[in-house]
Design a protein around this ligand. Sequence first.
Ligand code: ADP
Length: 449
Amino acid sequence: MVFRLFLLLLSQATLGLLGGAWLGWPGAVGGVVLAALLMLALDSWRAGRVLRWLGQADVTDVPVLRGLWGEAAYRALRALRAEQQKTRDSDERLREFVSAIQASPNGVILLDPDGRIEWCNDIAARHFGIDPQRDLLQHIGNLVREPAFAAYYAGKDYERPVKVIGREDKPGHPVKLSVQLHSYGGGHQLMLSIDVTALAQADAMRRDFVANVSHEIRTPLTVLAGFVETMQSLPLDARERERYLALMAAQSERMQTLVNDLLTLSRLEGSPPPGASDVVELGALMAQCEAEARGLSGLLHPPDGKPQQLRFGAPPPFQLAGAEGELRSAMSNLINNAVRYTPAGGSIDVRWEQLPDGRARMVVTDTGPGIAPEHVPRLGERFYRVDRSRSRESGGTGLGLAITKHVAQRHGGELQISSQQGRGSVFALVFPAQRVRALPPPAVAVSAA
Ligand code: ADP
């Protein structure tokens, strides 16, 4: 500043002296004024350049100027750059924030104070069938038209969520959402939607399960209570008492079997999968299952009628790593089902085989009634039965295949079912190759010399 003043005075003195020497005192005054005008013109030209530069979209092309205007341009550029950096940083933060909300498994919609959509993530768009671009600034009530939501929105009590049906809900593919509004900054609202279909299904399954268990226990209990009442109120002779007691024993056995199956299921669900360190000798297990099946077949189809043909293959040339008790119950469930559902004169084949990819498979084939295709995918659900009366008559609980499927899955395998109505069924347990072990070489007997 001092330098500029000095420069002005110097130029005025120089031009004043030159003008004075040339034209006398009017020349000196003219020189001083001319020097001031020249300085003003130079300043205006520089200020004009700085203003033009500031008006450009691209401010990187800073004009090269000396003195105060050069310094002013340089400082303005620095301030602009700092501002641009700040904008870039907050843009970056906003992008991160948006991608975090996009990554959320829940739907998020931001509503303005009038309930119009300001922004929504992809999940919310899917939940409610919203187009994030087209539906911007649309009122939420026009897009989510469910009466439950309309009542919730109008009620203005957002303490609890409301359950609504998702846009992708279809017959056989239910979609249930839990939606809640949360207020923020000056009347805006955050609308959160969570897919609770699995929870709702689990809840429904739990309710069905409790209802099924109660029903299964109530039936034999009612029968038992009836017999007890009869025995208490009627004078019965010894033969009748015997008959009644036998019927009561059968009902209590049915309850016991049911409770045992329920306990087995809950143990399977609550314990870690079996490790691979215990090796099960399948030959011995097959022998136990065979003895049990032949006993059951004899009971259900007395030898005076047409007996069932039971054929068991040779003991498999391999062992399985797993839990012996679980494998026994899975194998005997399949074999006993074949015996129970195959009518007299039918045949049942049981064999183990190793598949080309190394997996082991136990196959139970019967010539029973078979199962209609619509039932097959549901076998393995607890208490799902195709023929209720046949199941109960033969002592079934409706849990056998659920236990079997669980055991197979816990061993990394699967339960395969194929059936033709009227021709018979094939139930197979498949175990992964990692669980298959070669049989140890037979022990050589050492004879005393
Ligand atoms: P249950 O105790 O009723 O036999 P399961 O879970 O073992 O229960 O079997 C479920 C249903 O599958 C049975 O009720 C029966 O209708 C059907 N089922 C199972 N095995 C056979 C089979 N070998 N042949 C025909 N139907 C079968």
